[in-house]
Write a protein that binds this ligand. Sequence first.
Ligand SMILES: Cc1cc2nc3c(=O)[nH]c(=O)nc-3n(C[C@H](O)[C@H](O)[C@H](O)COP(=O)(O)OP(=O)(O)OC[C@H]3O[C@@H](n4cnc5c(N)ncnc54)[C@H](O)[C@@H]3O)c2cc1C
Length: 420
Amino acid sequence: MAIDFETPKPILQMQAVLKTVAVEMMRSKSRYFDEHEREIPWEYIEFMHAAMRSVGGVHLAPKEDKANDDHGQPRHPPIGYQLLASQIEMLAWGDVGMYLTTPGGGLGAAAVQAAGSVEQRAKFLARFGGDKPTFAAMSMTEPGAGSDTSAIRTKAVLDKKNNEWVLNGEKIFVTAGDKSFTGYEKLGKGFIVVWASIDPSVGHAGMRAFVVESGTPGMQIVKLEHKMGIRVSDTAAVSLVDVRVPFDNILGSPTVEKSTTGFKGAMATFDATRPLVAASGIGVARAALEFLKDKLNENGISIRYGLPRQKLTNIEREVIDMEIMLKSAWLMVVKAVWMADNNKPNVLESSMCKVKAGDVTTKITQRVVEILGPLGYSREFLAEKWFRDAKITDIYEGTGQINRLVVARHILGYGGTELR
Ligand SMILES: Cc1cc2nc3c(=O)[nH]c(=O)nc-3n(C[C@H](O)[C@H](O)[C@H](O)COP(=O)(O)OP(=O)(O)OC[C@H]3O[C@@H](n4cnc5c(N)ncnc54)[C@H](O)[C@@H]3O)c2cc1C
């Protein structure tokens, strides 16, 4: 199947709708929520929940058209992930922190989707279509375990008598952890997927994910981070002391195999979500670049696209180069999500597009602030905020360095122990 470079119609239509949301509900509130870090954007959350329900989906992306043609092929190529990436790019163009407060399963549901059984998906994911907006989160990072996930110390021990898992440990930097766990009246019952070891002696092979429902005794939000960017998105630290979850809340096999199959669920989650993180960064950088062009225009400088490079001014060349960087990052995202949509393994492409987007978004937002000078640095405009918001693209769901390692391993054919 060939890659079609034309943006599919459903995506164009959805982008038009979401642009209105981005302008009316996000941009207009960006500064307020940046300065009121602990406030929850209820209006946006409730609007998005109602909007998503009204189009029949509990996620941003609608169901795919499965009708087949005369040759038994789907009439339209599946575009679920491509649509999602485009939606996220547009919402992040509005405000990436607020986009992270969009209700739905988030990383938690992605983990259930990737590592859970059919029954578990049915049981845990149905809630997102309920009356109230509902959140889920995923916690892997610990004070002593970030990039090196084999250092995870949270433990899950089976209490055979009660048929329950007992979890103990500490998790940090859990995106949407508060909204997923605290039990706000306006929200439905969420959950946090907690990665823990059922056998620390076997490293990754013993790693499993557990669904911990909102309000489960023993689990506590102990801290909410104050952050440089994406400040409206809550980032929680969580403690787990003798947290009991039903036996069936384990995602994947309850026994240890001498392989890394347990951890494959986590990796599969990231294959699906890294291109989406890349898309969100690209939305931020596009916002900054468009703002720069608007400001240049206001000062009588427009980019003369048709001219040979040597006839352009330095600023024109810079803007064009940034547009090239942004477009190439976006095309890498499109390739990664196209592969996901067509059930092709995309580990390499997912990590590649995340590396590229992390680099490009931090460079562009920084350069925009520099070119604008005092206007870029001033809190009167959002350029400085986009500069702060962009950096996270290069940190969560695998830092730039870690994703470069993943890319190198895949290209060179090395395993995790040979190249680290
Ligand atoms: C706002 C925010 C939200 C987050 N949300 C979540 C979440 O929802 N769930 C979750 O589980 N985690 C989350 N995280 C955690 C995030 O995924 C980790 O911060 C990230 O994986 C890096 O881990 P670390 O902070 O421990 O850094 P470290 O692993 O200690 O790395 C520090 C530096 O060393 C580099 N480094 C590490 N190992 C290598 C290597 N082998 N080669 C080269 N360089 C290396 C890293 O790239 C980094 O630059 C979030 C973080 C932030 C800031």
